[in-house]
Design a protein around this ligand. Structure first.
Ligand code: ATP
Ligand code: MG
Length: 660
């Protein structure tokens, strides 16, 4: 097969491929040469040069470097593999505590006798089996290890047999590369010949990175962690996997970074499973149509741009127009509705993230929420993978636990900027607004992962609320138009409305929901019907009325209606309405029942009337909630409650009596 014999191996040739062997110094020279010869034979190396370097840090055994690969038969390497194995399987030991199911939340792990039932013990047995396997794989004296003193005493035939056995095992082979250059969080690496796109690369300092640019002779690695430890000349190796994050119930109530590491100081995250951050979106047959509403508690949204479970609705607007407020209110409104929320903060100040987490915790919403945070001070790579890993966390709940999940990406403009930074550092050609050409694909592959799953797959959904910040009201900029075209509708917030006190500052004319209507409750649909038209008419008339001439009665009525509706749609933060309250309010607002009021009193009237009705006619709300429709009977009930309440209201507010 090969012309290499132990004889010519003893006299290393000056020509040929370099075989570099690092040894701890415990191996006799003749054995080393024998091993090298055997190695050359195994890999069919016709001629080679042998270079032997002492390296006491290996403890025992040796490492062969050949053609960019590392063949590690050292004690150090073996310990590393055992520790990696244990780390990999360690997650399983959490299975016992992580069987916590949302529906049977209060089921204790131990039974009355204080014992863990057999069904729960299953996972403990698994771990034990794994450890046995690990020990069988890496025993001290047997197996393919070539690092013990006893080995050097063996006769040649037996020694060759053992070496051959070890060489046949692929366990010890790593594909390693060398860092050629590193700057601004991007390392250029040579030697990783078979590297895959998006593969996780580990550096010898422990730093990690993602292989993003594959070129003929080099790979561009974007560094995720330990950026400052990576230096030129350092070695790195392939891991054969992509980036994965821990997923499962253990993440609920936690604040984690995009790699799933806790940053809330509450100790380690308990997890069962990991998921790759990038995974394909469900196909057409895996989905069902959007048909269940996701109640935001914000009247303007639930009535005019309803959101269904599995929908993607964009929240778009200038800075400081209440974008985050809408998303947070929506999360708060999911309390007790068996919906899991994931909030992804990308490129925000750490102080903002902390106050959001504290707010959710104070309002009791953190129990069903996961916060994934990549702050402005995190590397661009971390900000880039944040929404993808959050989506992986959400997917676990959808695919495996069949939950409805709400995910908020706050915000995708900063995400696109982080991606632009990475792309420019990788020297990819810049396109419009200096974004790379695939920035559309970046967001479409992310948002396509939201879906409502079919019955066959067990249901479950991911509803996405991506947020995009515009500059100077410009929704025709690159990122806004991209994301508008990917999503199923947008809620457009305008700074003019916000500063004129119309909050939430939803611009009703520019906001749409393309699929949510199908999911809207019948009762809401009925009262919301006249709403959009009335608001549009009022807007048109209001612009005429600015000319100040006398207005006919019909015009005045339309303007008044608009005023009432706009007042009714105003809503403070953290003051969600229930579905039945929304129906109730919109019914009285669209039937001219509040036209007699001055603008300033409308809100007070609404609040007082709702409170009063809860006290005196609770059945109205209960019936709307139960039946989901606005029957004639309910309308009559509301009408009579209204007459009754109005009478009392007028008694208290004498200023209206004179006008009447
Ligand atoms: P940024 O661009 O900084 O992310 P944003 O668009 O997310 O801002 P928010 O942070 O949600 O805006 O809100 C800006 C301010 O407006 C906050 O102080 C918030 O309390 C206030 N605000 C938002 N919505 C309402 C509301 N409905 N009623 C009263 N105040 C509100
Ligand atoms: Mg915000």
């Amino acid at each position: 097969m090969s012309n290499v014999t132990p004889d010519n191996a003893q006299k290393p040739k000056s020509k040929g491929t370099l075989l570099r062997i690092e040894t701890a110094g415990d191996i006799p020279m003749d054995k080393l040469e024998r091993i090298a010869a055997k190695f050359a034979q195994h890999y069919e190396i016709p001629s080679y040069r042998l270079k032997i370097e002492p390296k006491p840090a290996l403890v025992g055994g040796f490492i062969i470097y050949y053609h960019g690969d590392r063949y590690d038969y050292s004690v150090k390497g073996q310990l590393g593999r055992i520790s990696a194995f244990i780390k990999r399987t360690r997650a399983d030991s959490f299975k016992v505590t992580d069987t916590f199911d949302h529906k049977k939340e209060d089921k204790p792990l131990r039974n009355e006798d204080g014992e863990i039932p057999d069904s729960e013990l299953f996972s403990v047995k698994e771990v034990r089996k794994d450890i046995e396997e690990a020990l069988a794989l890496f025993p001290e004296t047997s197996g393919p290890s070539l690092d013990n003193a006893e080995l050097w005493q063996l006769d040649d035939a037996e020694f060759d047999r053992r070496v051959e056995e070890a060489l046949s095992s692929s366990e010890m082979i790593d594909e390693i590369g060398t860092v050629n250059a590193v700057s601004d969080g991007v390392a250029t690496v040579t030697g990783l010949r078979h590297c895959m796109s998006d593969e996780l690369i580990t550096f010898s300092s422990g730093a990690t990175g993602i292989a993003m640019n594959l070129e003929k002779t080099k790979v561009g690695v974007v560094i995720l962690t330990g950026e400052d430890t990576v230096v030129e000349g350092m070695s790195c190796k392939r891991t054969m996997t992509t980036v994965e994050v821990p997923v499962g119930n253990g993440l609920l109530g936690r604040v984690v970074d995009p790699l799933g590491r806790p940053i809330d100081g509450k100790g380690m995250v308990r997890y069962v499973d990991t998921r790759p951050v990038e995974s394909p979106a469900p196909g057409v047959t895996d989905r069902s149509e959007v048909n269940t509403p996701l109640q935001t508690g914000i009247t303007a949204i639930d009535a005019l741009t309803p959101i269904g479970r599995g929908q993607r609705e964009l929240i778009i607007g200038d800075r400081q127009t209440g974008k985050t407020a809408i998303a947070i209110d929506t999360i708060l409104n999911q309390k007790g509705k068996d919906i899991i929320c994931v909030y992804v903060a990308i490129g925000q100040k750490m102080s903002t993230i902390v106050s959001t987490a504290n707010l959710l915790s104070r309002k009791g919403a953190l129990d069903y929420t996961v916060i994934v945070a990549a702050s402005a001070s995190d590397s661009a790579a971390m900000q880039y993978i944040a929404p993808f890993s959050a989506c992986a966390i959400a997917e676990k709940f959808m695919y495996d636990y069949h939950k409805d999940v709400l995910i908020v990406y706050d915000d995708l403009s900063k995400h696109a900027q982080a991606y632009r930074a990475i792309s420019l550092l990788l020297r990819r050609p810049p396109g419009r607004e200096a974004y790379p050409g695939d920035v559309f694909y970046l967001h479409s592959r992310l948002l396509e992962r939201s879906a409502k799953l079919s019955e066959e797959l067990g249901g479950g959904s991911i509803t996405a609320l991506p947020i995009v910040e515009t500059l100077g009201n410009d929704i025709s900029a690159y990122i806004p138009t991209n994301v508008i075209s990917i999503t199923d509708g947008q809620i457009y917030l305008s700074p003019e409305l916000f500063f004129s006190g119309q909050r939430p500052a939803i611009n009703v004319g520019l906001s749409v929901s393309r699929v949510g209507g199908a999911a809207q409750t019948k009762a809401v649909k009925k009262v919301a019907g006249p709403l959009r038209i009335s608001l549009a008419q009022a807007r048109e008339m209001a612009s005429f009325s600015q000319f100040g001439s006398d207005l006919d009665e019909n015009t005045q009525l339309q303007i008044k209606r608009g005023t009432v509706l706009n007042e009714v749609l105003k809503q403070e933060q953290f003051k969600p309405w229930t579905m039945s309250e929304e129906v109730f309010i919109l019914y009285i607002a669209t039937t001219d029942k509040m036209n007699f009021l001055a603008k300033e009193d409308i809100n007070e009237f609404v609040f007082a009337f709702v409170d009063d009705t809860w006290d005196l006619h609770q059945n109205i709300f209960d019936t709307i909630t139960d039946e989901g429709v606005l029957s004639d009977q309910i309308k009559a009930d509301i009408d009579s409650a209204y007459e009754d309440f109005k009478g009392r209201f007028l008694e208290e507010h004498t200023e209206y009596q004179e006008e009447d």
